[in-house]
Design a protein around this ligand. Structure first.
Ligand code: C2E
Ligand code: MG
Ligand code: MG
Length: 633
């Protein structure tokens, strides 16, 4: 590698300067001339003092320093140069007379880079100067490179730190609402929990002692419906609106430390330095009222409610996740209780969750072990009191609990989605029973069997094919099958359901609306639905007495059904007064304990060939006003 490449001395020697220090002017003159000719800038000093001053101000690349000088000798100058940070690194070549006592070891020890003996030879001086200058320049270049490298490393580090901060923010922030997310909340909660654990371990007089905290876990009721009906954009706006209102509460209440969105319509609030539970309840009530105020979105007013689970931060909690799990449980219980509610978590709730978990496990095993069976309740022609059909009602023959009614597990099966395989088995069992009865000639051509179907089951993409397949494999006449759907499942998923119902009607399957008149009024769209039967809910039948006012909306439902050419089945007829009133109103069909409770298949089919179990009992009272006569099962 050429010298000039490594050391740019020859290309630009003017940037290199040499200080010549000698008390003999002839020496200074000769050396200065020699060096100037080579292209160096040359400074001259005649004694140690001016040498020190020039070295500090001019910062020469190299110093040629005579040792033997009056007042301050070269060794002392060298020492002082080394002691000054500004000159400490300038290389020094000592000049010494051959006859003077010169200790080379001492010279290097004092910091000399080299030495030249006098009288000097021009070539030797130049060679040693060049060598030192090159070394010095190499060192400077190395320093520059190192500084540059350090700069670059620093810049990179800053960039990385910035990127890290940004990534951290992304990882800890909910994109939609800009609130902290679940991860961030868990971090903060864990920190607060650790502090509180510490504070409970210190004496009561300590500043930390007595800190309490609480968590509010909030879920917006019926948010999914708004999302489904008005679209995700409106749903997003709504969530942002909820976040804004919660943030406002945070500004107004010192105790609210952190508000986070956990995803979906779930939010959590962390309260710290809480004096008592009443403070937490007050915040929960504020949250409920804030969320309940209508939101103006998409040109309309939208109302939602919140359910909140509250957890008091007991120091016994070891992990934030445990506390959040309990808050979640309490929130779901609040939802179950009544909408628009808050509930404190209690350990009994946890037991219930465990019970439900057990129930789910048991149900799955029960399906395998065929512990589910169908009971049948007769549906009766109210004029002739003849059986025209049956409703298949599910029972669970539990190995230890005995016969479990559907109210105790259907709701839960719907919640967990287990209703889909369970409902599928119900359909297969009912069709298998019909097939057997048809084969054995036990049922007349008009007898139908009603099967209850849950919304989730109806929303299965292949439900029509599945029903068709069961009908084909059992070989039953499709008109025998009547599917009962609740008003609610039809209304909440109307567009999908409408298509499915039409496909089922095209296959000659009968469709009934169950529990008609409860809650979700479907009157407005009734005329468009392809159903052919309404079942009047037993809550309308049961209040019926001989007082005409007790009929309530039953006459209206019957009128509607007549206008729409639909059949009507009244549910829950328990006495003759109710039966008479319904007959008088022209209600064609009914079911209820007055005739028969739901019974196992064999007993139900046997009812077709003999009078209903209670027939004899109540027909004696026929026309004699037997009042609250109840049928025996
Ligand atoms: P539902 O479909 O409205 O069934 C009628 C319920 O009323 C049955 O209760 C029946 O035993 C009861 N009932 C009938 N007559 C009377 C009466 O005179 N008085 C009184 N107090 N009750 C009467 P069950 O069998 O306990 O079924 C309850 C609900 O469970 C059903 O209501 C239905 O919604 C659901 N369910 C039953 N089986 C199934 C099923 O296989 N699938 C689905 N998805 N749901 C089912
Ligand atoms: Mg039903
Ligand atoms: Mg019903």
């Amino acid at each position: 590698m050429p010298d000039s490449f490594l050391f740019p001395l020859s290309s630009d020697p003017s940037t290199v300067s040499v200080l010549v220090v000698d008390d003999t002017s002839t020496n200074r003159f000769i050396l200065a001339k020699l060096l100037s000719r080579e292209g160096y800038d040359v400074y001259q000093a005649e004694d140690g003092y001016s040498a020190l001053s020039i070295a500090e101000t001019q910062q020469p690349t190299l110093i040629l320093l005579d040792i033997m000088m009056p007042e301050m000798d070269g060794y002392e100058v060298c020492k002082q140069l080394r002691d000054n940070a500004k000159t400490a690194d300038i290389p020094i070549i000592f000049l010494s007379s051959l006859d003077a006592p010169f200790d080379k070891v001492q010279a290097f020890h004092r910091g000399a880079a080299d030495y030249v003996t006098k009288p000097f030879q021009a070539e030797e001086v130049l060679a040693r100067v060049r060598h030192q200058v090159r070394l010095q320049l190499a060192q400077q270049q190395q320093q520059r490179l190192r500084a540059e490298l350090e700069n670059r490393v620093q810049e990179r580090t800053q960039l990385l730190e910035l990127a890290h901060d940004q990534l951290l923010e992304i990882a800890l922030t909910d994109r939609l609402t800009r609130l902290p997310n679940r991860l961030s909340f868990v971090k903060r909660l864990s920190k607060v929990m650790a502090q509180v654990r510490l504070s409970t371990a210190v004496p009561a007089t300590s500043e930390l002692a007595g800190d309490h905290f609480a968590v509010l876990f909030l879920d917006c009721d019926r948010f999914k419906r708004i999302n489904d009906s008005l679209g995700h954009r409106v749903g997003d706006q709504l969530l942002k609106g909820v976040a804004r209102r919660l943030t406002q509460i945070q500004h107004e209440c010192m105790a609210v430390d952190t508000i986070a969105r956990f995803g979906g319509d779930e939010f959590a609030l962390l309260l710290v330095n809480v004096p008592d539970r009443e403070t937490v309840v007050a915040v929960a009530e504020d949250v409920i009222s804030a969320v309940a105020m209508p939101f103006a979105l998409a040109g309309r007013e939208i109302c939602i409610n919140a359910s909140i689970g509250l957890v008091w931060g007991e120091p016994t909690y070891v992990a934030a996740e445990h506390l959040l799990r309990d808050a979640d449980v309490a929130m779901y219980r609040a939802k179950d209780c009544d909408r628009n509610q808050y509930l404190w978590f209690e350990s009994a709730m946890h037991n219930r969750e465990l019970d439900l978990l057990q129930l789910e496990t048991d149900m799955r095993a029960a399906l395998e072990r065929k512990e589910f069976e169908l009971y049948y309740q007769p549906i009766v022609d109210l004029t002739t009191i003849k059986i025209v059909g049956f409703e298949a009602l599910l029972r669970w023959q539990h190995p230890t609990r005995g016969l479990v009614p559907p109210d105790e597990f259907i709701g839960f099966a719907e919640e967990t989605g287990f209703i889909v395989p369970l409902g599928d088995q119900v359909l297969s069992m009912a069709c298998a029973d019909i097939a057997r009865w048809e084969r054995e000639g036990l049922i007349g051509p008009g007898v139908t069997v009603s099967v209850n179907m849950a919304a989730q089951q109806l929303l299965q993409p292949n439900i029509v094919e599945r029903v068709e397949q069961v009908i084909e494999s059992t070989g039953i006449a499709s008109h025998r099958l009547r599917i009962e759907l609740t008003e609610r499942s039809i209304i909440t998923n109307q567009s999908v359901v409408d298509e499915v119902l039409r496909a089922l009607r095209d296959r000659n399957i009968q469709l009934s609306i169950d529990d008609f008149g409860t809650g979700y009024s479907s009157l407005s769209c009734l005329h468009t639905l392809p159903v052919n039967c309404l079942k009047v809910d037993r809550s309308f039948v049961q209040p019926i007495t001989s007082n005409p006012e007790s009929l309530g909306i039953v006459p209206l439902i019957l009128n509607i059904a007549k206008t729409m050419n639909m059949q009507v089945i009244a549910e829950g007829i328990e006495n003759i007064t109710q039966l008479r009133a319904l007959q008088k109103l022209g209600c064609e069909y009914g079911q209820g304990y007055l005739f028969q409770k739901a019974v196992p298949a064999e007993r139900a089919i046997a009812l077709l060939s003999r009078p209903l179990d209670s027939w004899n009992d109540w027909q004696h009272g026929w026309g004699e006003s037997p009042g609250n006569h109840k049928a025996s099962a």
